[in-house]
Design a protein around this ligand. Structure first.
Ligand code: PHE
Length: 370
């Protein structure tokens, strides 16, 4: 066969192979096979010098034409195949953003006390109360004096209160009253009640607020006492807010917290800043107020009484209104009720827990259950 004929044959063979190639890897093999250094065509071009002189021109020309044509065909196919391959890869790697995400191995959640606090906040928000915040480091004035604790009241003594700096008057001047500490001393609040006067100082009546927060007492720690715990203070003041409103409001709250069947009762109590003062009990949610469990044994949650104390409350003592700056709360014109509930105690009762200390031991086996 003449060299020219062989070149034509190579062209036909290579062109057919190129158009049949399935992917860019196959194309690369064909490029090496037909145009590479060891290919037949390259060999022909290299050997032109040894051909008879009259064949050199036509063979060289034809071989170069075919080389150019094959390069073009390869490039053309490469473009098409590479585009198809990219398309396939994009399709395979596509992320479906509508699929649910992958859960992290362990997610945290809110502490039971925070959950309970928010539940209480939601209940009061539904009743139209605003949620306020107040300082944990407090003046003796707001914590005690403005709440009608006379000097010498035992609650002001060091054994109940963490004083930041007893007798913290400027220039090292001694406490005006000597011990117990006086109105200008600084302490960790022992209850959220200082926010009664604080709330009234920043808002005109009528006023419906709750103030949740942490409080501190120099208590020994045992199953039912913690040196740090949480309360929610409530204050409702207007021209005609009565003890009946207090009873109705707290009945609603008890039912929202412990179930729609619950009853509440008020018992006389004493707080220096409310008059009259009451203790609010809710009928026991465990034994349904009977004091007995289905098997006839005594219910430990209510200690067999059928009632559980949930908070302290009362009508705001007129003296407390008198401590609000600028006399904006005139006890001749307005009246109201206040209450304070312990958040740990509510959570403790709701979940039938054995010991208050469990809240702050940070044992995940406990925390994970809620
Ligand atoms: N501050 C009181 C306590 O800590 C509770 C209370 C609040 C009582 C408001 C009456 C009114 O025990």
């Amino acid at each position: 066969m003449s060299t020219l004929a062989r070149i034509k044959e190579l062209e036909a063979e290579a062109t057919a192979a190129i158009s049949a190639a399935a992917d860019t890897a196959a194309l690369e093999e064909l490029r090496v096979k037909y145009l590479g250094r060891k290919s037949e065509l390259t060999g022909i071009l290299r050997g032109i010098g040894s051909l008879p002189p009259e064949e050199r021109g036509p063979v060289g020309k034809e071989a170069n034409r075919v080389r150019g044509a094959l390069e073009e065909a390869l490039e053309c196919s490469h473009e098409a195949l590479a585009a198809a391959e990219l398309q396939r890869r994009l399709e395979a790697d596509r992320v479906d953003v509508t699929l649910p995400g992958t859960r992290p191995v362990r997610t945290g959640h809110l502490h039971l006390i925070t959950q309970t606090r928010r539940e209480i906040e939601d209940i009061f928000a539904g009743l139209g109360y605003r949620v306020l915040d107040g300082p944990e480091v407090e003046h003796d004035f707001y914590n005690f004096t403005a709440l009608n604790h006379p000097p010498g009241h035992p609650a002001r003594m060091l054994q109940d209160t963490f004083y930041i700096d007893p007798q913290s008057l400027p220039d090292g001047v001694r406490n005006e009253e000597g011990l117990p500490p006086g109105p200008r001393d600084v302490l960790l609040r022992t209850h959220t009640s200082p926010n009664q006067v604080r709330a009234m100082e920043v808002s005109e009546p009528p006023l419906f607020v709750i103030v949740p927060g942490t409080v501190y007492r120099r208590d020994t720690m045992d199953a039912t006492h913690l040196p740090m715990f949480s309360q929610v203070e409530g204050l409702a003041v207007g021209e005609d807010v009565t003890l009946a409103d207090l009873a109705g409001t707290l009945q609603e709250v008890a039912r929202a917290l412990f179930g729609p069947e619950r009853e509440t009762r008020l018992k006389p109590d004493f707080f220096p800043f409310t008059e009259p003062s009451v203790q609010v009990d809710v009928s026991c949610f465990r034994c349904n107020g009977t004091g007995k469990l289905p098997d006839g044994s005594r219910d430990g949650v209510c200690k067999g009484t059928g009632w559980i104390e949930i908070l302290g409350a009362g009508m705001v003592d007129p003296n407390v209104f008198g401590f609000v700056r600028d006399g904006r709360y005139d006890p001749e014109r307005i009246q109201g009720f206040a209450f304070g509930m312990g958040i740990e105690r509510i959570a403790f009762l709701k979940h039938g827990l054995p010991d208050l200390r469990i809240f702050y031991e940070n044992d995940v086996r406990f925390l994970e259950q809620f």
